[in-house]
Unconditional design. Structure first.
Length: 263
């Protein structure tokens, strides 16, 4: 149940669209957006307006002498922390088997010796981004239909039984292609709430891709390759030609249980 009302949503929609909220505030707004049809219409109107205005704001502007150099120097300084975080993720060493011993309680063994692929880094980076969904809806069928003519694969969003997990909507994205194949590939980005926590799923065609090496985990009837990246769990599994990259800071056991229950 959302903790904000329609007046709050409309009052603060601009910072919501601009990605200025922290995770808890965004979760409240995402939940209200999924539950309220009137606010979804208002959101779609505002998002359309922004998409229409931004191209006009991106027209080239002639800068005074020296201004470009000063601006580029400032941008390089501002981007250093983000570059450092990305480099740290790429240099991160996978946890040894003992660090994920909690999985043993599920009767499975963790992956051994697998280095996080670019898609794992991409999944975490997109999970941490504060961009709103393009199509807000709690209905899996509606989200699948929205993606139908926008991605080059037959979309099947995961459905979770009960009321523990709420779908908030989706948007178009891309994900690193892995060690072989294209550098990036089209993906559907889905956002869910699990209580007060956020869970995201990237869905993409991985029919030509080997998603991991080593021993697979078992979650229900699914084989799952689980990776710890920068404090987040990224679970990769395949259903037909589609690969699902599920990212969250949920405890490992809870995340695997949810994946095992998903339809």
């Amino acid at each position: 149940m959302s903790r904000i009302d329609c007046d709050d949503f409309k009052k603060f929609i601009d910072p919501y669209l601009d990605g200025e909220f922290d995770d808890r505030e965004r979760a409240d707004f995402d939940t209200h957006l999924a539950e309220c049809a009137a606010c979804r219409r208002h959101y779609e109107q505002q998002a359309w307006f922004l998409r229409s205005v931004r191209p006009a704001l991106q027209r080239p502007t002639r800068l005074p002498p020296g201004a470009r150099e000063r601006l580029e120097a400032s941008l390089r300084v501002a981007q250093r922390p983000a570059r450092a975080r990305r480099m740290a993720r790429r240099l991160m060493i996978p946890l040894p088997a003992l660090a994920v011993a909690g999985v043993v309680g599920l009767g499975v063994m963790p992956l051994a010796g697998f280095k996080p692929a670019p898609m794992v880094d991409d999944a975490v980076e997109q999970h941490c981004a504060d961009f709103p969904v393009e199509f807000p809806s709690p209905e899996v069928a509606e989200v699948d239909t929205w993606f139908q003519d926008k991605v080059p694969f037959h979309m099947q969003a995961p459905a979770f039984p009960g009321d523990k997990v709420t779908l908030l909507g989706g948007r178009l994205s891309r994900i690193g292609g892995g060690e072989a194949g294209p550098s990036t590939r089209p993906a559907a980005y889905l956002m869910y709430s699990v209580g007060e926590r956020k869970m995201t799923v990237l869905v993409f065609d991985g029919s030509d891709l080997k998603i991991a090496n080593g021993e697979a985990l078992r979650a229900g009837n699914k084989q799952v390759h689980l990776h710890d990246a920068n404090g987040y769990q990224v679970a990769l599994y395949q259903r037909g030609p589609l690969v699902y990259a599920v990212t969250s800071d949920l405890p490992q056991r809870d995340l695997l249980n949810l994946i095992g229950e998903s339809l």
